[in-house]
Ligand binder design. Structure first.
Ligand code: G3P
Ligand code: MG
Length: 406
């Protein structure tokens, strides 16, 4: 059996723990990048004294742009490549709704961007409030469409004959008055047809919100009202009109659906990093084949090195041989996929107790919540949801977690 030396492992290993970052108030404040974020990400990319890379993803309630654009923007700001597979926006999991609805009204964001995002998810007939205003400007009496808005409108739709099956608020409304008027009219309509009124108030379309943040941190001194505030406003108007509570479907943090989605994305990302790590190991030793790595002692050692860094594997040799025997013809990649355990700890760094800390604390004990002081949370106040750790900024959060792990 050919011997291989452990010293081939000279590039960073992959950590068994992972990070999940909120964006607004942690990485960004409005158009500005929080300066400490650049070094925080550098540390996770292997530039640390432990020579270890830590898998990380971003879970923002924000949206209103394609995930690819968000990744590109973060890459520039953080001076490293952030890939689309690391990004979850408030509306990202809403792509799972594609099979359920034919005609959807997508609300929020600038111009046609959210329509384009929804179409990229696979929604077939995507309309916006601007299309409805173009169809009949009297829908919202005090708003005249601007030239920029007119360019974004569909011109050939008769909304008195086109039922809206679902309303999806993808991003913050740029025109609360018109958007609320249209949303309320549809909720109170017969089958989502404009100009109709249900007597029973139960014939309108379903309504989905990409998140429920009441406030959020921008580059203004005080927090600003967010999509959650619009939701409160619509529900209040609905109740005033009908006497009933509005039934709303919520995505984003702290919802459990988004948590499950984030775990899926994170495990895919971790697996990708491990695959890359293993590929580098075999490149470093050109004589190694997959079979070598699978069957010989030192080969086993290679796999175990990667696996041990990524989870709680037994170092017991006999166990490893049995596992290798059982796996038989499976490729190295399959073997890792099959055996990749969940991250040992996921450090979630957020600025909003109600969404971020609640999100990280509510669903799985292996998630560790860290609250930073660069966003919604104000120093000296008592957070409604208590973080496991409180610190100044994202860099402090990363340093704290790395030291806690080693
Ligand atoms: O509209 C975005 C905002 O409500 C929060 O974004 O990144 O803090 O989850 P984030
Ligand atoms: Mg935030």
């Amino acid at each position: 059996i050919r011997r291989k030396k452990k010293s081939v492992v000279d590039h960073p290993r992959v950590a068994s723990y992972a990070f999940c970052f909120d964006i607004d108030g942690v990485i960004l404040r409005g158009p500005n990048t929080i300066p400490e974020a650049v070094e925080a990400i550098r540390l996770l990319n292997g530039e640390n004294k432990y020579n270890i890379k830590v898998p990380s993803i971003f879970v923002t309630n924000g949206g209103g742009k394609p995930e690819s654009q968000r990744a590109e923007d973060l890459s520039k700001r953080l001076e490293t490549e952030i890939r689309i597979d690391q990004i979850i926006q408030g509306h990202t999991p809403m792509r799972d709704l594609v099979p359920l609805y034919k005609n959807v009204l997508v609300v929020g964001g600038i111009g046609n961007v959210c329509r384009n995002v929804a179409e990229s998810y696979g929604f077939k007939n995507v309309y916006t409030p601007l299309d409805i205003l173009k169809w009949n400007p009297a829908v919202s009496p005090y708003h005249d469409l601007t030239e920029e808005e007119l360019i974004c409108c569909k011109t050939d739709v008769d909304f008195s004959k086109t039922p809206i099956d679902a309303i999806m608020v993808f991003a913050d409304s740029r025109n609360w008055a018109a958007d609320q008027q249209i949303i309320l009219e549809l909720l109170l309509s017969k089958n989502g047809v404009m100009g109709t009124e249900s007597k029973t108030y139960n014939e309108g379309p379903e309504i989905y919100f990409a998140h429920s943040d009441f406030i959020w941190a921008t580059n203004y001194k005080l927090s600003r009202y967010g999509m959650g505030a619009l939701q409160v406003s619509i529900a209040a108007l609905y109740k005033e009109h009908t006497g009933h509570e509005l039934k709303v479907h919520r995505f984003g943090k702290p919802q459990v659906g988004t948590f499950k989605f984030a775990n899926k994305v994170l495990s895919k990302w971790r697996k990708g990093m491990l695959d890359e790590h293993l590929k580098k190991l075999s490149i470093n030793d050109p004589n190694a084949s997959e079979a070598d790595i699978l069957i010989n002692d030192e080969g086993e050692e290679f796999i175990n090195q990667a696996k041990l860094e990524s989870g709680n594997y037994s170092e017991d040799e006999e166990d490893d041989e049995t596992a290798a025997d059982k796996l038989g013809e499976l490729s190295l990649q399959d073997k890792i996929t099959l055996q990749l355990p969940p991250a040992s700890t996921v450090y979630f760094v957020g600025d909003t107790p109600e969404s971020d800390i609640r999100f990280a604390n509510s669903h799985d004990d292996s998630w560790f919540s860290i609250l930073v002081k660069t966003g919604v949370y104000q120093e000296g106040t008592v957070p409604k949801y208590k973080p496991k750790h409180l610190c100044d900024n994202v860099l402090e959060a990363v340093k704290f977690a790395i030291e806690r792990e080693h």
